[in-house]
Design a protein around this ligand. Structure first.
Ligand code: UD2
Length: 307
């Protein structure tokens, strides 16, 4: 089959491309290479079934050309940062909300059968009720969260109005190889690992008792493939269903990497969510999703890749 992966050179997108390529599919990697990186897809250079289109999802004409004769689209392209959305809400809206609308329009007009689109746990906001389940009323607290819930609404409307099948996956805290640790807002696991490997102090914002539901990249890829293959539509939490505190995470990173580095506690980040845990029963039941990686196993893979 033929698939388009928007954001196909990014952290999550490039792993989806690997999986699709491994199954013998034709794949179009669609990426503007702002956060996507050539290194993430360099190993696919010789694969004749993979094509790279350098373009932005804000450009409907290039998207249309990319989506011609595609069977399905994995839509991962986004500005995936809450903090950047606070600084430039319009840019986040253009890429994440209008960009998703463009992908849906291109898909509809090209007769694409299905879109699996990346959403985020950010749509739940700081509602203290745990675990978060898909029926809860969204409480977006940032332009990023608004842009993601808007993308979800467009998906469901396109499914109702035009018969385009859509799935939105609400990712919780995804981690794994190729997650870039170098930006100020990189995922905490990639940062902790980098600091541990370099022998630098690990920084914890707040008291470290905040929790996250961390999910390893390979489990996220499996969820995407199931969402495309199965006759399902709608919204699904993609997470491990387990809560890990930042203090526990620091212990795990140092013990798995066999390093000993000082821990520095700094004031909490403004807007930081205190607790995060997903109810994954809907994904289990309807996607056949079962996370395979414990946090320890996922950390082992991520540490050896980053080394
Ligand atoms: C995650 C997503 C984000 C958005 C958001 C929705 C990632 C990387 N980001 O943000 O895109 O969907 O959820 O709520 O998955 N921390 C430290 N030290 C560090 C870095 C972080 O203590 O050096 C803390 C941080 O204050 C937070 C936790 O670690 O309490 C997780 O931070 P993060 O940036 O990895 O992800 P999060 O949950 O803010």
């Amino acid at each position: 089959m033929r698939f388009v992966v928007t954001g196909g050179a990014g952290f999550i997108g490039s792993h989806i491309v690997d999986s699709l390529a491994g199954l013998g599919n034709d794949v179009i990697i669609f990426d503007n290479f702002i956060s996507g990186r050539k290194e993430n897809i360099a190993h696919l250079k010789e694969n004749k079934k993979i094509k790279v289109i350098h373009g932005s999802i804000t450009d409907l004409a290039i998207l249309r050309a990319a989506c011609e004769s595609a069977d399905g689209i994995f839509h991962e392209a986004a500005i995936a940062s809450v903090q950047q959305s606070l600084q430039n809400p319009l840019r986040t809206h253009e890429t994440n909300a209008t960009g998703t609308l463009n992908v849906l329009l291109a898909a509809r007009d090209a007769g694409v059968k299905k879109i699996v689109s990346a959403s985020s746990a950010a749509v739940y906001g700081d509602n203290p009720i745990l675990p978060k389940h898909e029926e809860m009323i969204p409480e977006p607290l940032s332009p990023y969260a608004v842009s993601k819930i808007t993308g979800e609404y467009y998906c469901s409307v396109f499914s109702r109005l035009y018969g385009l099948k859509t799935v939105s996956l609400r990712y919780f805290n995804v981690y794994g190889p190729r997650q870039d640790p170098r930006s100020e807002y990189s995922g905490v696991i990639s940062k902790f690992i980098m600091q541990a490997i370099l022998g630098k102090p690990i920084t914890i914002y707040g008291d470290g008792e905040q929790t996250r539901d961390f999910i390893f990249i390979d489990d996220v890829v499996t969820a995407n493939i199931h969402a495309m293959e199965r006759d399902v539509q709608g919204i699904f939490n993609i997470a491990s269903g387990r809560e890990t505190s930042l203090n526990k995470l620091e212990e795990l990173v140092t013990s798995v990497s066999g390093t000993k580095v000082p821990v520095i506690y700094e004031p909490p980040r403004s807007g930081d969510i205190r607790k995060s845990l997903a109810d994954i029963s809907r994904a289990r039941k309807r996607l056949g999703f079962e996370p395979e990686y414990t946090i320890t196993k996922g950390l082992e893979h991520t540490i050896s890749a980053l080394r």
